[in-house]
Design a protein around this ligand. Structure first.
Ligand code: DGL
Length: 283
């Protein structure tokens, strides 16, 4: 099957996640590439992906990529580590001419920067068991004699989706876990799920309050840079000259589709993106 990709620089960039986590990647993209148009697909009907079987995650990923492809996207970001772990290869096989960018936890830079030789990666069970991450451990951590602690808490994604109440048991567990990481001499925390950068400030506050020396990193910025360079290479960057919204000095609204819509979604999305972001929901 050979499917043509949209070669129009004005076509949108598609983003996909199981829920609202991929918005953390969108924020980096919107800042680095503000004149682009963006379409976001949240598979809220099947959220969370983290505990699901690999074949099921692959099938959901292909459905989402197909939907975004049919919206005419010129490039798709699988803004979900779990979906990338099991669906990226299949998506690239189905759409060989479409640039598709996937996510893998930013473990490599953490390993290379670690002074203690011990880092932690926080991710879903699916991502922690997946090939993409374990290949980085084999290729980078082992030769650098760096220990990698894998941490998984099934409540973290639902906690972010529900607006991260600071008094919840999940928040309390996270505070205790930061102490446990420090006791183990871990100096880098890698946020290996796109939902997690939304509690980065919470972690950093906790690290500072406990006077610990620990860095927190994620892949959002690197993905925005990768998307920019891929689009530039293929001459597909939108330009202010051919963008009506930018001529009027206004950003395009984020087009947001959820496979299951509920009343709370808009409030949570607006809180994460900031009130100034224009959102257009598609049902
Ligand atoms: N945001 C997703 C990730 O990066 C997964 C969340 C989930 O559905 O479990 O892995």
């Amino acid at each position: 099957m050979s499917i043509a990709a949209n070669k129009d620089g004005n076509a949108p960039i598609g983003l996909f996640d199981s829920g609202i986590g991929g918005l953390s990647v969108y924020l980096h993209l919107a800042q680095q590439l503000p004149v682009e148009r963006y379409i976001y697909y949240a598979d809220t009907l099947h959220l969370p992906y983290g505990d699901r079987e690999s074949k099921e995650i692959e099938a959901f990923t292909l459905t989402a990529v197909d939907w975004l492809y049919k919206q005419g996207c010129k490039l798709i970001v699988i803004a979900c580590n779990s979906a990338s772990a099991y669906g990226l290869d299949a998506a690239r096989r189905c759409y060989p001419h479409l640039p598709i960018v996937g996510l893998v936890p930013a473990l490599k830079p953490a390993i290379l920067a670690s002074k203690s030789g011990h880092v932690a990666v926080l991710a879903t069970k699916a991502t922690l068991n997946g090939m993409l991450l374990n290949q980085v451990i084999a290729d980078i951590a082992l030769p650098n004699q760096t220990e990698v602690t894998k941490y998984f808490d099934p409540q973290l994604v639902p906690w972010v989706e529900s607006g991260m109440p600071e008094t919840s048991e999940t928040a309390q567990r996270l505070r205790q876990q930061v102490r446990a990481f420090a006791t183990d001499d871990i100096d880098y925390l890698v946020l290996g799920c796109t939902h997690y950068p939304f509690f980065r400030a919470f972690l950093v506050d906790e690290i500072n309050a406990q006077q610990l020396s620990m860095q927190v990193i994620d892949s959002g910025q690197a993905i925005a840079t990768r998307v920019q360079s891929l689009l530039a290479k293929q001459n597909l960057l939108a330009t202010p000259e051919n963008s009506i919204a930018c001529r009027n000095d206004k950003k395009h609204p984020l087009v947001f589709y959820a496979s299951k819509y509920d009343d709370r979604l808009d409030g949570v999305v607006r809180r994460l993106l900031g009130a100034q972001t224009q959102i257009e929901y598609v049902f």
